[in-house]
Design a protein around this ligand. Structure first.
Ligand code: HEC
Length: 149
């Protein structure tokens, strides 16, 4: 009996979730299909482009460009990565995820500081550490290896 009640509750939640999808988060255009799982998926995937731009700026010795890139990670990237936290984590994993976001923040801040201080060698090291913090979280939490560093 208890099991049946539970399934009923889960069904109701699912129905609500589906109704929510149809309502369309922001897109109420009736001709527009709801976003596919792939479309609404990863908010922070543009960080890959930012990373590529920072790498090119380093190669070109353009430390202003590096600082701007690091700023983008800090200004928008961190919030987007938080949004992308998988919804099903246990408390301990949520803490770990949050710690990995903080690690990215620290590395990107160090990158920005080094670029602003015009310290080329530090910039290279801080960039490596920044990308390593992307990879560290992906190894722990990402399912789909496509397209991510
Ligand atoms: C705290 C965790 C975390 C950090 C830090 C992080 N990511 Fe991710 N990233 C994820 C998760 C979770 C996914 C979802 C992957 C999946 O669905 O398989 C993801 C997926 C991606 C994807 C794939 C997008 C797609 O369309 O499949 C890209 C690209 C990406 N991340 C770039 C980056 C870059 C660049 C950085 C560092 C600057 C970074 N991420 C840092 C958690 C993180």
């Amino acid at each position: 009996m208890r099991g049946a009640v539970r399934v009923g509750a889960a069904g109701a939640i699912l129905a609500l979730a589906l109704a929510g999808c149809k309502g369309g988060g922001g897109g109420n255009d009736p001709g527009r299909p709801p976003p596919s799982a792939a479309e609404k998926a990863v908010q922070h995937k543009t960080l890959k482009d930012v990373e590529t731009r920072i790498e090119a700026a380093i190669a070109a010795g353009d430390l202003t460009g590096v600082a701007q890139g690091a700023d983008e990670v800090l200004a928008r990237g961190l919030a987007d990565v938080r949004t992308d936290e998988p919804k099903t984590l246990k408390d301990e994993d949520r803490l770990r995820y949050s710690g990995l976001v903080t690690a990215l923040e620290e590395k990107a801040s160090a990158l920005k500081s080094a670029a602003e201080a015009n310290e080329g060698l530090k910039v290279k090291r801080a960039f490596q550490q920044t990308t390593a913090s992307c990879v560290k979280c992906h190894d722990a939490f990402a399912q789909n290896p496509e397209g991510r560093p």
